[in-house]
Structures are given as C-alpha cells and as structure tokens.
Design a protein around this ligand. Sequence first.
Ligand code: URA
Length: 210
Amino acid sequence: MRTISEKQKSIIEFINVSEPALPRQNKEINQLEQLKEVCLDCSKCELRKGCSQVVFGDGSRTARLMMVGEGPGADEDKAGIPFVGRAGQLLDRILEAAEIDRKTIYITNIVKCRPPGNRLPLQLEVDSCLPYLKKQIELINPEVLVCLGGLATKTLIDKNAAITRTRGKWHEIDGRRVMATFHPAALLRDPSKKKDVWEDFKQIMKLYKE
Ligand code: URA
C-alpha cells in the first residue's frame, strides 16, 4: 500500500495540490481499512454492549470468494476472528477438502458483534449491521458469495427463502454468483446434512477454480 510521509503531506499542503491518486485496488483496500475502523467504533445497536469486541472479517481483501455466516460466537468474540470455534474448525476441514485455501478467501458475518447466548440476531440488529456487510462486499468485490445458513440466505438472497429449498443452486445478485448452504453449526447438530454441503461445495469449488 502506498503511504505518504509527513514531509510529503506538508509539501502537498504547501503547494496546494490534491494527494496523488492511488491505483484502484489500493483505494479499495484503504477504504476497507477505514470501514473497519468505523465498524469497530459502532454502537448502533445493543449488541456492542454485550460483546467484548467487534469481529469485522478475516481473509484476503481482494478475494474472489466471500463467505458470510450469522454472527460471532464465544470463541470468535474472544479471538476477534470469524469462524475459529467448533463450527469454524469444521468449515476449515470442508475448505481443505475442497482445496480452497482459507487465506485466499474472505469470511465475515451478517452481524459483527456476538449476540448474547448465541441467540439469533434480531431484525433490528441485522438492519443496523447490514450497511457494513454491503460495503465490505462492494469493496472486496468477490465474484462468488456463499451464504452459510438461514440468516445469511434470508438476508442476502431472499427474506422468504428456506435454506433447504434455496441451497445447492446458483443465484445471481448484483452480478455475483451466490450459493446458500447449511451453516457448519447445523452440521455439528445433524451430520446427515454433510452430504448436501459437500454437493454444494463441489459446485463452489468448480466455479472457484475456473
Ligand atoms: N458462527 C457464525 O455464524 N459465525 C462465526 O463467526 C462463528 C460461528
């Protein structure tokens, strides 16, 4: 990333010209950092009071593939990184089997603060947090979006969508390919869903490797 030294800044101010334009990708990365700062400072809803930190997102800022879960759990709240607890470890195993390097993708959640007792986020909380996710998507600009579980599916694909009927098919939203699949936590509760998730990941894998 191109940074400007204090001396360069004062020269720019002195000769009263605007700062040099950054190349496109650097500009988006800068804006993502700024968005993160704003988000870390957010108190738009009550969730921030009950969690220990905001979990913004993790991974490549130029990812072609972005995954969206529900909200941080206890482990994520402690670590400040999404999907590091039991569900996250299962997601890591799925990604490994699909030969998708976690470092090359971007992972985030619908809400960035842990709901108390891991309850489902309220609509008001989703609505407060959604502008951050929308901007993250715009700045990272992934070709492929994966909705992990019902909340991400309803929020990003269709508010009336049922995960069982929506998963496994490509949806086109704002020029991106969007796939819904079961949340890894659902697989921990019901391992029979693993077969379906693997079918979904085979399609994701194919597109990701194109
Ligand atoms: N479940 C989620 O939806 N997101 C996380 O980050 C962890 C568990």
